[in-house]
Design a binder for this molecule. Structure first.
Ligand SMILES: Cc1cc2nc3c(=O)[nH]c(=O)nc-3n(C[C@H](O)[C@H](O)[C@H](O)COP(=O)(O)OP(=O)(O)OC[C@H]3O[C@@H](n4cnc5c(N)ncnc54)[C@H](O)[C@@H]3O)c2cc1C
Length: 414
């Protein structure tokens, strides 16, 4: 078996591992990214929103109620995959504990701090790499069909003001002026002007390409085993093709982090939150603004020549082709209800991905071994939080501390 060596091995080349590898390589560190399909996980076909405004964690009393409805099989925007495993039940128990009133607001501050600066970080990278990542700084518009949905969205927006997140309320004519294709009879909308969107696959490739330009290399295999040197020190990771030794290791395996973590002797409370997207070819200008349909929880993100509809949250369970088909059909129907001109578009390309969910909604970014840093659990916000995560990981590897509290918190024990 071949032997390779690097200063740092990064396990996982999604947006999180890519940013970590890029930052380390740029600082002159010798890095190997170990991943069978870099950029092919959740970072490929997601909604591409950079959304400091979305920093209220999923772990809050309202979503908990929704989750309980899902458990008993009622109508819900959140569903449980089947079969429901003990790991998923354990995760749900921790999610319940993390959903105490008050905690979500506190954690929103930590997420907003991690999210700030993300848009500029991507813009700078796209500039230096000369790669078009489809960055649009036109904000994110929550469209609320029902007056009740608008009131709760306005309440949510007011809670974010203290965190420096600006919003504008739009009604009637103003709303249709901004997005003429919207269906009639919509109660109103809330625009977060500082949010942005991008093409997530192009952005991840841009980060990976910058990492390579600065000297990072890839080993395109999954890790199958971890070799310990004793006293909590990792000596090497093993794949089907090589044993790779390093001074330090970073685990950034997205929704597979629970499984990969076990190889390092960790019990990471990361559960897959499966969602779907449908990308449709779009005639110029049919949709101009990134939108979220608050009633059906779908995101519509326009690109230069396509429009992507994203949604769904199925926690745990096995891959199920029939459920995928149904979920994608539901996405399209909900999107057409929101934006009737989408009915004229031809069939698109469907995709399924898994968000790495922690019970609290806070990512796990921390030293969980003498020479092991974990960077995972970015949930619904991985594209948004990846730049700041890479700063924290670099600081942990260099100085042993992060520029913000980064250890897993209660509710996310590991
Ligand atoms: C439907 C949907 C919509 C979303 N929309 C948004 C959005 O608008 N904005 C936003 O900020 N976030 C969004 N997200 C969340 C975002 O996609 C994720 O948080 C982010 O992509 C996670 O990045 P990651 O690098 O941790 O994981 P991934 O991109 O999944 O990468 C993990 C990598 O680890 C590799 N790996 C796994 N196991 C091993 C192993 N044993 N050995 C080696 N490599 C391994 C995999 O091959 C993979 O490439 C969305 C997610 C979904 C599913």
């Amino acid at each position: 078996m071949a032997h390779e060596h690097a200063e740092v091995v990064v396990v996982g080349g999604g947006i999180v591992g890519a940013f970590v590898a890029e930052r380390l390589a740029r600082a002159g560190t010798d890095v190997i990214v170990v991943d069978p399909t870099p950029g092919g996980g959740a970072s490929f076909g997601n909604a591409g929103m950079l959304v400091p405004s979305y920093c209220m964690p999923m772990a809050n009393p309202a979503v908990l109620a929704d989750g309980l409805r899902a458990l008993v099989g009622g109508d819900s925007t959140i569903a449980l995959g089947r079969p429901v495993t003990r790991a998923t039940l354990g995760w749900l128990g921790r999610f319940g504990l993390a959903s105490r009133p008050g905690r979500a607001r506190r954690d929103a501050g930590a997420l907003a701090a991690l999210a700030s600066g993300a848009v500029d970080a991507y813009a700078e990278l796209a500039d230096t790499e000369g790669i078009d990542i489809g960055l649009r700084r036109s904000g994110w518009l929550y469209v609320c069909g029902r007056p009740g949905a608008l009131s709760s969205q306005m309440r949510a927006a007011r809670q974010l003001v203290d965190l420096g997140i600006r919003h504008e309320v739009l009604r009637g004519a103003e709303l249709h002026e901004r997005e003429p294709g919207l269906a009639g009879g919509i109660a109103g909308g809330v625009l977060y002007p500082d949010d942005a969107s991008l093409d997530p696959a192009a952005a991840t490739q841009a980060v990976l390409s910058s990492a390579v330009r600065h000297g990072a290399t890839f080993h395109r295999h999954a890790i199958l085993d971890v070799e310990s040197a004793g006293r909590g020190i990792v000596r090497a990771v093993r794949t089907a093709a090589a044993t790779i030794t390093a001074r330090a290791f970073v685990l950034a395996a997205g929704a597979d982090s629970r499984r990969a973590g076990r190889l390092f002797g960790l019990r990471l409370p990361v559960e897959a939150g499966v969602g779907w997207s449908l990308t449709l070819p779009m005639p110029n200008g049919l949709v101009g603004q990134a939108l979220i349909g608050a009633d059906d929880h779908i995101v519509v993100s326009p690109g230069a020549t396509t429009v992507r509809v994203t949604g769904g949250m199925r926690i745990g369970g096995r891959a199920d082709a029939a459920a995928d088909l149904m979920a994608v059909q539901n996405l399209r129907t909900a999107a057409e209800r929101l934006l009737p001109p989408l009915r004229d578009l031809p069939a698109g390309t469907a995709w399924r991905g898994a968000r790495p969910l922690t019970p609290s909604g806070l990512p796990i970014i921390g030293s969980l071994g003498r020479n092991l840093v974990v960077a995972t659990g970015h949930g619904t916000l991985g594209m948004t939080l990846a730049p700041a995560t890479s700063r924290a990981v670099a600081s942990l590897l260099t100085h042993g501390t992060a520029p913000f509290p980064s250890r897993p918190r209660s509710g996310d024990p590991s």
